[in-house]
Design a protein around this ligand. Sequence first.
Ligand SMILES: Cc1ncc(COP(=O)(O)O)c(C=O)c1O
Length: 406
Amino acid sequence: MNHPNTQTSERRSHLAIDGGKPIRAEMLPYGHQSIDETDIEAVAQVLRSDWLTTGPEVTSFEEEFSAFVHAPHAVAVTSGTAALHTAAFAAGLGPGDEAIVTALTFAATANCVLYQGATVRFADVRPDTLNIDPASVESLIGPRTKAIVTVDYGGQPSDLAELLELARKHKLVLIEDASHAVGATYRGKRIGSWADLTTFSLHPVKQMTTGEGGILVTRHPELAARARTFRNHGITTDARERANAGSWVYEMVDLGFNYRLTDFQCALGRSQLKKLPAWLRRRGKIAARYMSAFALLPEINTPPVLPDRESAWHLYAIRLNLQRLSVDRTRFFAALRAENIGVNVHYIPVPWHPYYQALGHTKGQWPVAEHAYERLITLPLWAGMTDADVNDVVSAVTKVCAAYRV
Ligand SMILES: Cc1ncc(COP(=O)(O)O)c(C=O)c1O
């Protein structure tokens, strides 16, 4: 019988990080767009037409997207970040106001509050879903609070019923950053139909893309009108409306931005939207395969699946059970990268970034998000992954767990 230390070093010697053969020959990215010839043709058709921007494809994309998410109004903009900025403007955030934002997200979710001159209060997250914790939100509500900004982490919807109740009780605007959650449902209804303002990102790693792009949806016509004006410099009419009316007159009524998405990007969006339901099914299947494969590995915890909501599976973020491992997340991450599995980490808590630290957000105030951050690793998940790609991820995670098991 081998001495236990010899066994451990034999297991480790197979890891690519220690000079062994990697599971894959080439890096598998954590996210990737799916583009086919119909997408290319849709874009090319617009390039041959008269309208490259602010034309008919924008209107059609907005109509089709709003039908998909079951929200009456949609406003397409240049990025998910622009959609959040537009939402913060439409919500009326300004100097002296506060917005309560989840601590575990991409910086843009919080930055949109600062763009408007308002103040961010960071809330902690739920330990299972890593979505904003309504109890933490409630503890932060004060006389200056004007909005709650929640994120559907990884594609799993937030606790929308509880958040809407808090918003109604305290007369707050609920902004849902659904950058991860196009196509997700909560209590049987699509994300987009719940919050006062919902924003989506159309970046290539998301479920569907327009290159760069974003879209804001709402059921409130007055918020939609403010958003529409804001994305066009704060001007009430756009170039096509003026051309159609044969008029040069326009009025700037707000300080807006140029956040207009082009027609060829919207043509890509329309073409992608047709394939989105099949892509969401594929993402769900890959997540289910990971779930069953990893159920046997005590070294990792898989993301929870709640009965009243359906994730859109943008991210598959596992959490390491560090008590069962001889290494920390940094080493486990590096070992998976060496196997050519393109893992990532979502997210460094936003208040930990130097910019927010300089604003006085000291570490240690968000114990759940901070504990999770030290353990999180995002595995590859995108609709175009083959079954062999998925098996490579399972093999690599299983191999690294076995090597570092205590
Ligand atoms: C939660 C979240 N919010 C906002 C954004 C910003 O979206 P975009 O890159 O389209 O500006 C992202 C992008 O990754 C995101 O993940």
